[in-house]
Design a protein around this ligand. Structure first.
Ligand code: C2E
Ligand code: MG
Ligand code: MG
Ligand code: MG
Length: 287
């Protein structure tokens, strides 16, 4: 059903041509430009979807939250990883519209799960630097909460350290969100370049330990202690921690010893369509 080669109208400002899409488009710059164009109409064409990955309480095995992860299935190029297209969408600015769609979808879905018996489940939503810089961001988030019925306490916004480079803008924006009861998590913590000084100033609630540090947990190589150091740092600063990318039971045991009680990773579940998570909730309720 997928055409081998298709042509799409280029809707990018200033260009009014047609551009070719090949499934095996290999030149990086051609592909980036094609993706930038395709992103303009992808949302309206219903090409985006969300996958949900549970965050698990390690002592009970219960899901306490779900992280919403954006999925893009392009009609010609097929599924494209967010690791590839999110940076492009950030560069073109398309991420603000896309991010708003993600937020609304995720809040609505999680509120539906809460109302159907999932209790205090909360939504964890990735937010890019561009969104945080928008003057309308706080108002947009509050509007989405009202429209979807999700309480502010049930929303965590995940930002990366690089989203905070402009502290003058980021810190007041984060403070305003937290005044409204919305929590903030630093994603991929330890992979950016924020200083310890900045961290003490940051109005955040959670550090998400990057999976590169979790992967080293059960080894003896240099770096095995970094996850522990992050957990201690969080304790000193009064923040909670979530470990990312758990793939082995040894990592679970180690994290529990270190005092990190919430984690996500392929060991528990891969990101899945909403219907699949609904089924797993039903399964749990029956057990
Ligand atoms: P992230 O926010 O750090 O999300 C976690 C990524 O790790 C996801 O990749 C997830 O599928 C993957 N992952 C989870 N458990 C494991 C594991 O046990 N092992 C391994 N190897 N990987 C695991 P995904 O879905 O490809 O997303 C990649 C990145 O794209 C995200 O990293 C996030 O930075 C960005 N992204 C995704 N959705 C959105 C969005 O809606 N908005 C924005 N701004 N960025 C997004
Ligand atoms: Mg994230
Ligand atoms: Mg992460
Ligand atoms: Mg990441």
């Amino acid at each position: 059903h997928r055409a081998d080669v298709a042509m799409y109208e280029s809707k990018r400002a200033g260009t009014h041509g047609w551009r070719m899409f090949h499934p095996e488009m290999t030149d990086r710059r051609d592909r980036d430009a094609a993706l930038a164009d395709a992103l303009v109409t992808a949302a309206g064409d219903g090409q985006f979807g969300l996958a949900y990955q549970p965050l698990v309480d390690l002592s009970t095995g219960d899901p306490v939250a779900v992280e919403a992860l954006l999925r893009w299935d392009h009609p010609v190029l097929g599924p494209i990883s967010p690791a590839e297209f999110v940076p492009i969408a950030e560069r073109t600015g398309a991420i603000t519209g896309i991010g708003h769609w993600v937020l609304e979808q995720a809040c609505r879905q999680v509120q539906q799960w809460r109302l159907s018996g999932a209790g205090d489940l909360y939504a964890s939503v990735n937010v890019s630097a561009r969104q945080l810089q928008e003057h309308s961001f706080l108002g947009d988030v509050i509007t989405v909460l009202h429209r979807t019925g999700l309480p502010a306490e049930a929303l965590v916004l995940e930002i990366t350290e690089s989203a905070i480079v402009d502290e003058e803008v980021a810190i007041p924006a984060l403070e305003a969100l937290r005044r409204h009861g919305i929590r903030v998590a630093v994603d991929d913590f330890g992979t950016g370049y924020s200083s310890l000084h900045l961290l003490t100033q940051l109005p955040v609630d959670v550090l998400k330990i990057d999976r590169s540090f979790v992967a080293k947990l059960d080894g003896t190589t240099r770096g095995a202690g970094v996850a522990e150091a992050v957990i201690r740092l969080a304790q000193v600063l009064g923040l909670s921690t979530v470990a990312e990318g758990i793939e082995t039971t040894a990592q679970v045991a180690e994290l529990q010893l270190l005092g990190c009680s919430v984690a996500q990773g392929y060991l528990f579940a891969r990101p899945m369509p909403a219907a699949e998570f609904t089924a797993s909730l039903t399964e749990r309720a029956r057990a």
